[in-house]
Design a protein. Structure first.
Length: 133
């Protein structure tokens, strides 16, 4: 599953690089988001989706959507313009670590020793790379 995640991320990067030549970045990302939403709608259980606003977890869904996609989407492009490519790539390498920590802290998931070891490798690598700058 993680291999597919990495493959999807690479596909997004190369696709976005190509799409930026076709128009403004915000328009490209908005069209990509709407296209993905329409494609994923085919796999949604509409009955369950209609119940979400009335559950105890509705507030969590709203916060996750707002902070996980909304604000980050809004800050992504201006931040990318002000960041050097090497710094941006190092920051992007921390994403799996922060996602794992989010799952551990917020969702109560457990981390296997191999996952902790992988997180340590990522953090050590990023630290060493940042010291060489």
């Amino acid at each position: 599953m993680r291999l597919l995640s990495g493959l999807s991320y690479a596909l997004f990067i190369f696709g976005f690089r190509y799409a930026r030549t076709q128009g403004p970045a915000q328009a490209v990302l908005t069209i990509a988001f709407l296209t993905l939403t329409l494609l994923l709608f085919a796999f949604v259980d509409v009955g369950q989706m209609q119940k979400v606003p009335f559950t105890d977890d509705a507030y969590g869904f709203l916060l996750l959507g707002l902070f996980g996609a909304g604000i980050s989407f809004y800050l992504y492009l201006p931040g990318l313009r002000r960041t050097s490519p090497s710094a941006a790539s190092m920051i992007a390498m921390v994403e799996p670590v922060t996602a794992s920590l989010f799952g551990f802290v917020v969702l109560g998931q457990t981390l296997a020793p191999l996952q902790l070891f992988g997180m340590a490798i990522i953090l050590v690598t990023i630290t060493l790379l940042s010291l060489q700058r």
